[in-house]
Design a protein around this ligand. Structure first.
Ligand code: HDE
Length: 703
């Protein structure tokens, strides 16, 4: 029987909670345990039959009178809203931001005033080019959009995992996005930049060269959201209580260090698990391994801005960390998945113009353009100016204004007075002290459409980025450029791109030209400003230089067979659990295996469903008979061959050696192969796995 219960605000937003039903007076009833709620229409009418439409007889035509059927289909027909024009594919999570120390000297933003204060946050990660149903591991920029529900309004830091952008002026955004999206006459390729339109546009847009270096690097194929940095990109301003301004750039640094996959891996992961990044975040949060990032700020004044090599308003430039050290000011922890993907992750509306008092914009022309775009796009996508009434977008602080009506208005001002000033003293009034104030910048100049000369150097930081990469990373950039340009059909576009690359790095340009089979090198592109040679390498720009010191948060895949050594398996599981890593078992059948002492162990994957690309390191714990059977399975050979080719560490019991041999790998081929015999060998294997990959192997493996 249903019991009557008092309606709480939480319950009101959870009417889909299966334990609550509404009574005739709209009051909520708590169902007793074991009760099943009665299915109703959206109007609340109980439904007697949800399996059959209302018809004339059992075999006759359907009746239009069937309001339950019509309501159900009507609602279904309208389930989709427009996907985001960019960043359509994304995944979000809840958490909090914790302030380390008061930043009152620099900003009066309320969230930065009190050490140790936690402010609720929601984050959405995304790819840019692909549609909502595309795969996670496209070569692409990742969105890193953070909404922090501060006590003085929502702060949205709508960033990317790359600190610079393709273009310098927002007016070019539709062009760069049109060029990367599927070509309009054929509607392919999906979620790929490897096609003529993109490279045609890029090769005619020298300002994009710095960004192109990042996008062709492994930054564009991250191992997981948990292992990537986030950047606010633009220069912003902090304003303190005296309205004094300090320029600021925002950087999120992942606690688990940086990590990416290889392109050959990415291609295979997209087939094996198109939701690879979603699943990773889901699994981490559901298992209590809450991902964490530190918010860092680069603070500087006008004198620094004037003396810096590049214009701090140019979004195609960064300030190297070695020149301006990032200061950690707080941490972001993601500890809860949304209750419902659509309600929260799909309907969340990020807007660059959401800044609390104490944070202000700079004149970066990209940021200025974005401040128009993000409000406009929400109306298209969410369909009503009342999108702030959706719980995920509503502020969590008190708010009061006279905005009213419109589609789906959930709350309107109450009472007679819906304007101000009013003589009744009713309703909210502005507060010049607490309220948002813009930096009082003097601006006087002729109205014009002109790119500043200080934005004209398009190659120097591209070169600096390339020079800051380790050997394997430089090689990956060359491979990525070769792959992408090999998909370009028009030779003139390839040539134009190589001409730019020659300005970034002569050897890189020549190597790509050679791999593309170009017979003659083109002339380097005309440069508005000659590329500089004197910018020192910045180790902060390399992923490999900023990897983790442990295997924590990573995944070990263990291939097991009937009759395998249960002690080795238990030792591996214990050692990797201690390392805070995840261990998953792959077996010929998902039902699992029986170890040699007769213990039954269920598997997480069958061999066809658990290729080694899904893991950071692998172990082969096989019996002789098990190895012998796997020799005949192509997927088992691929498991081993791929793990080796992807420079992963491989542990194996002696009986697994024939499977290695079948994949063309000598058991002592290099130091990345560890024989698993006894506990010392397991510790040695964990130790090795902390390095994530044996890059030295890459030279001997052609991918
Ligand atoms: Fe965006 N961008 N963008 N962008 N952007 C959108 O807003 C836009 C840019 C970024 O998870 C849209 O709500 C313009 C830079 C992220 O919901 C849209 C320009 C950076 C997300 C839009 C840029 C970003 C968006 C589409 C050039 C990194 C996903 C849907 C001036 C600093 C947010 C939406 C989410 C989304 C416009 C350039 C990051 C159309 C006009 C630079 C992470 O408003």
């Amino acid at each position: 029987m249903a019991r009557k219960t008092k309606e709480s605000p939480a319950a009101a937003t959870r009417i889909h909670d299966q334990t609550l039903i509404r009574g005739n007076g709209g009051e909520l009833h708590q169902l007793a345990e074991g009760d099943t709620p009665v299915l109703t229409t959206a109007q609340g009418g109980p439904v007697s039959d949800d399996q059959n439409t209302l018809k004339v007889g059992a075999r006759g035509p359907s009746l239009i009178e069937d309001f339950h059927f019509r309501e159900k289909i009507f609602h279904f027909d309208h389930e989709r809203i427009p996907e985001r024009v960019v960043h359509a594919r994304g995944y979000g999570a809840h958490g909090y931001f914790e302030t380390y120390e008061s930043l009152a000297a620099y900003t009066r933003a309320d969230l930065f005033q009190r050490a140790g204060e936690k402010t609720p946050a929601f984050v959405r990660f995304s790819t840019v080019a692909g549609s909502k149903g595309s795969f996670d591991l496209a070569r692409d920029v990742r969105g890193f959009a953070v909404k922090i529900y501060t006590r003085e309004g929502n702060w949205d830091l709508v960033g990317n995992n790359i600190p610079v952008f393709f273009i310098q002026d927002a007016i070019k955004f539709p062009d760069v996005i049109h060029s990367v999206k599927p070509e309009p006459d054929r509607a392919f390729p999906q979620a790929q930049s490897a096609h003529d339109n993109f490279w045609d546009f890029i090769s005619l847009t020298p300002e994009s060269m710095h960004m192109i270096m990042w996008v062709m690097s492994d930054r564009a194929i991250p191992r997981s959201y948990r292992f990537m940095e986030g950047f606010g990109v633009h220069t912003f301003r902090f304003l303190n209580a005296e309205d004094e301004s300090t320029f600021v750039k925002f950087i999120w640094k992942p606690k688990l260090g940086l990590q990416s996959v290889l392109w050959n891996e990415a291609v295979k992961i997209n087939g094996a698990d198109p939701d690879f990044h979603r699943r990773d975040l889901w699994q981490a949060i559901q298992s209590g391994n809450f991902p964490e990032w530190e918010l860092n700020v680069q603070l500087f004044d006008q004198a620094f801005a004037d003396s810096f090599d590049f214009d701090v308003l140019d979004p195609t430039k960064l300030i190297p960390e070695e020149i301006l050290k990032p200061i950690p000011v707080g941490r972001l922890v993601l500890d809860r998945m949304p209750d419902n993907f659509f309600a929260e992750t799909e309907q969340v509306a990020f807007m660059t113009q959401n800044v609390p008092p104490g944070i202000d914009f700079s004149n970066d022309p990209l940021l200025q353009g974005r401040n128009f775009s993000y409000l406009d796009t929400q109306l298209k996508r969410l369909g009503s100016p009342n999108f702030t009434h959706i719980p995920i977008n509503a502020p969590k602080c008190p708010f009061a204004h006279f905005q009213q009506d419109g589609h789906m208005a959930m709350r309107n001002p109450v009472g007679r007075t819906n304007y101000q000033p009013n003589s009744r003293g009713e309703g909210p009034r502005e507060d010049p002290v607490r309220g948002f104030r813009s930096f009082r910048e003097e601006v006087a100049a002729p109205k014009m459409r002109l790119r500043p000369e200080s934005f004209a150097d398009h190659y120097s930081q591209a070169r600096q980025f390339y020079n800051s990469q380790t050997g394997p990373e430089q090689k990956h950039i060359a491979m990525a450029l070769t792959f992408e340009l090999s998909k370009v059909e028009e030779p003139v576009i390839r040539e134009r791109m190589v001409a730019h690359l020659l300005n970034v790095d002569e050897a890189l340009g020549a190597a790509v030209a050679d791999k593309l089979g170009m017979e003659k090198l083109p002339k380097p592109a005309d440069a508005a400003v000659p590329p500089r040679d004197d910018l020192p390498a910045s180790p902060a720009l390399s992923i490999i230089e900023n990897g983790p010191a442990s295997f924590a948060g990573r995944k070990l895949g263990v291939l097991v067979s009937n009759g395998c050594d249960g002690d080795v398996l238990t030792a591996l599981q214990a050692a990797f659990a201690k390392e805070k890593a995840i261990v998953e078992l792959i077996a010929p059948k998902v039902g699992g295996v029986e170890t040699k002492d007769g213990t039954k162990i269920p598997a997480h994957h069958m061999i066809d469903g658990g290729p080694s690309v899904l893991f950071d390191a692998v172990a082969l714990v096989l019996s002789e008979e098990g190895a012998d059977r796997l020799l005949r399975e192509a997927t088992a050979r691929d498991f081993v061959a791929d793990a080796f080719a992807h420079c992963k560490f491989i542990g194996f019991t002696p009986a697994a050696a024939p499977l290695l041999a079948k994949a063309g790998i000598a058991p002592d081929a290099d130091e990345g192969l560890t024989v698993l015999e006894g506990s010392a060998s397991v510790s040695a294997f964990v130790e090795q796995c902390r390095k994530l990959r044996l890059w030295a192997r890459e030279a001997s493996v052609k991918l």
